[in-house]
Design a protein around this ligand. Structure first.
Ligand code: PMP
Length: 393
């Protein structure tokens, strides 16, 4: 056949996609071997039945045709109000584009901000799709490393140096963070904002975990002085409302950018199904109580995980304050994250994500998703710790 474009054949930069352990676990399950899966960020509960009822009502009322490409007016207004209420930054419907999930928003943001060949910075460790998303937008993906001993917090001066070295156009950050579970402290976000202003960078702020904070508070960097005009916020209902399969999220951007984003949506997604948007509107109107119900299991399990880990000192947790993950340092075993994850899967049928799947900074770590019931999690983590101890040379 004729050649595929280099843009898509190089999405993973010729390397692995980092999901080998996950796929192998799925193969074992398909072959009938039970596996405790602590891999992907998927809730163990399903979308609340009241949200499904709203979806059903909307579909049966006929909202099954093409929906407005920017999003239905009441949903854009509700998202804008939510952002205004939570961040104190005045936001209107004209700042909002409804997208089929946060991933589509990440892609649209990079397409909107990068000329082909321009550099986009992102922080390592990172959510697995980030570099591929940048490359799909014909950008050059450059990771800014962090260190385990700094809880993987980014260093603003390192971002500045990378921005200067590569003439970067954008910076992508994510707090609360996947894979580390950290929440960036205000002083780090302020320093990053300062660098964005001084180095004339666009900031793409992935805030899809903004309802999952166990310590401290979420600070949206768009609310910092001078940042609303250079920040695209990526939002999603996947994590906040257990609506991963509904594919619904948004971009909050400067008003002047929205018409171009609507043009892009017109030639890519052509909008989000109307009945999904109606269900999302219903879900957002339920406010914090529904979000707290969805977040509660992760808060509880994070405490449970830290308690189990505190009883031994072979495996240590990166101090985490949010999201549905804990990041574990297994370097005392002398194994790589990948080798440890493979051996844990083989020996105990427990699947975790190797830190190497999320970049080089988190080598020798494992990401554990807190997405199984409390008893199964406790048992898996206890086994994981014993396995680590048994490997100590
Ligand atoms: N950003 C981060 C950090 C994520 O973890 C995810 C999903 N795991 C997404 C974006 C995309 O989420 P969705 O497309 O389901 O909204």
């Amino acid at each position: 056949m004729p050649h595929l474009s280099r843009r898509i054949t190089s999405l993973n930069d010729g390397g692995s996609d980092g999901w080998e352990v996950f796929y192998r676990a799925r193969q074992m399950i398909a072959a009938g071997t039970p596996v405790t899966e602590l891999t992907i960020g998927e809730h163990d509960i399903r979308t609340d039945p009241s949200i499904l009822d709203a979806m059903d009502r909307a579909a049966k009322a006929g909202h099954t045709g093409y929906a407005m490409v920017p999003g239905i007016a009441p949903l854009r207004a509700e998202v804008a109000q939510r952002i205004t209420d939570r961040t104190g930054t005045p936001t209107t419907s004209d700042n909002i584009l409804i997208t089929p999930g946060g991933q589509a928003a990440l892609f649209a943001a990079h397409i909107a901000l990068l000329q082909p060949g321009e550099t986009a910075l992102y922080i390592d460790p990172y959510y697995a799709t980030y570099p591929g998303t940048i490359r799909a937008a014909s950008g050059i993906a450059v990771a800014v490393p962090t260190r385990a001993r700094d809880a993987f917090y980014p260093d603003a001066e390192q971002i500045r140096a990378a921005a200067r070295q590569h003439g970067a156009k954008t910076l992508l950050i994510n707090t609360p963070n996947n894979p580390t579970g950290t929440v960036y402290p205000p002083e780090i976000l302020q320093a990053i904002a300062q660098v964005c202003i001084e180095e004339d960078l666009w900031l793409i702020s992935d805030e899809v975990y903004d309802t999952q904070i166990w310590e401290g508070a979420h600070l949206s960097p768009r609310s910092l002085p001078g940042m609303a005009e250079r920040t695209f916020v990526v939002g999603s209902m996947s994590k906040s409302h257990a609506m991963t399969g509904s594919r619904i999220g948004w971009i909050c951007a400067p008003e002047a950018a929205i018409p171009a984003l609507i043009d892009l949506a017109t030639v890519t997604t052509y909008g989000v199904p109307g009945y999904i948007q109606d269900a999302a509107l219903y879900a957002l109107q339920q406010g914090a109580p529904l979000e707290d119900t969805v977040a509660a299991p992760f808060k509880r399990r994070r405490a449970l995980a830290l308690d189990i880990l505190s009883k031994q000192d072979t495996v240590t947790a990166i101090p985490s304050q949010g999201a549905m993950y804990v990041m574990l340092d297994i370097r005392k075993t002398g194994l790589s994250g990948r080798a440890f994850a493979e051996s844990l899967l083989d020996a105990h049928h427990i699947a975790t994500m190797p830190g190497e799947s999320f970049g080089t900074s988190s080598a020798g770590h494992l990401r554990v998703a807190l997405t199984v019931d409390d008893d199964a999690l406790a048992q898996a983590l206890t086994t994981l710790c014993h396995h680590a101890e048994s490997l100590i040379p």
